[in-house]
Design a protein around this ligand. Structure first.
Ligand code: RP5
Length: 172
C-alpha cells in the first residue's frame, strides 16, 4: 500500500523542545495524521529554516506546527515564507517560563498571522487538534477520526464525573 505524504510539519527550534512537542505528535498519531518532525532554528540555522518553509507546500504539507522558546522567532519566520497556516507553540524552556515565547509568537505584525496556542504541553496538544481541524475541512477521513477523538474525550469527561459523584457519595 502506498503511504501518503506527511500533511503536518512539526518544526522545533531545538531538540530540547521535543519533550513538549511530543504531545502534538501523540495527538496526530491518535487521529491518524501523517507528520514529519525537524529541528530548524530561526536564529541558529536561518537558511535551513528558510529552505524548509519555502519547500513545505510543494512537498505536500498542509499545516506547520512550530515550537520555540526564548525570543521565539521561528513560527513567525516560517509564516513569512509560506502561505500554509502556521500554529505556534510557545515552549516553557526559559527563565521566564515561556512568557517571552508566548508574546513573541502571538504579537505578530499585521499581515503575517501565526495561530498561537497555550504555553507548553497543553498548547502542543491543542496545536495538533487545530491542525486536524484545518485538515478536516478538505479530508473526510480526518473529519471522521477527529469526531471520534472528540467523542472519546467527552466519554472520558463523563467517566470522571461519575468517579467524582461516587467519591462524594462515599464521603457522605
Ligand atoms: C530556542 O531556544 C529553542 O526553541 C529552545 O526552546 C531554546 C533553548 O534551546 P537549547 O539551548 O536547549 O538548544 O531556540
Amino acid at each position: 500500500m502506498r503511504r501518503t505524504r506527511p500533511r503536518v510539519g512539526i518544526v522545533m527550534g531545538s531538540d530540547s523542545d521535543l519533550e513538549v512537542l511530543r504531545e502534538a505528535i501523540k495527538v496526530l498519531d491518535e487521529i491518524g495524521i501523517r507528520h514529519e518532525v525537524v529541528v530548524a532554528s530561526a536564529h541558529r540555522v536561518p537558511d535551513r529554516a528558510r529552505r524548509y518553509a519555502a519547500s513545505a507546500e510543494r512537498r505536500g504539507l498542509r499545516v506547520l506546527i512550530a515550537g520555540a522558546g526564548g525570543a521565539a522567532a521561528l513560527p513567525g519566520f516560517l509564516a513569512s515564507l509560506t502561505a500554509l497556516p502556521v500554529i505556534g507553540v510557545p515552549i516553557n524552556s526559559t527563565p521566564l517560563s515561556g512568557l517571552d515565547a508566548l508574546l513573541s509568537i502571538a504579537q505578530m505584525p499585521k499581515g503575517v498571522p501565526v495561530a498561537t496556542v497555550a504555553v507548553g504541553k497543553w498548547g502542543a496538544a491543542n496545536a495538533a487538534i487545530l491542525a486536524a481541524q484545518i485538515l478536516a475541512l478538505s479530508d473526510s477521513g480526518v473529519r471522521r477520526r477527529l469526531a471520534a477523538f472528540r467523542k472519546a474525550m467527552a466519554a472520558e469527561v463523563a467517566q470522571r464525573s461519575r468517579r467524582v459523584a461516587a467519591a462524594m457519595k462515599k464521603g457522605q
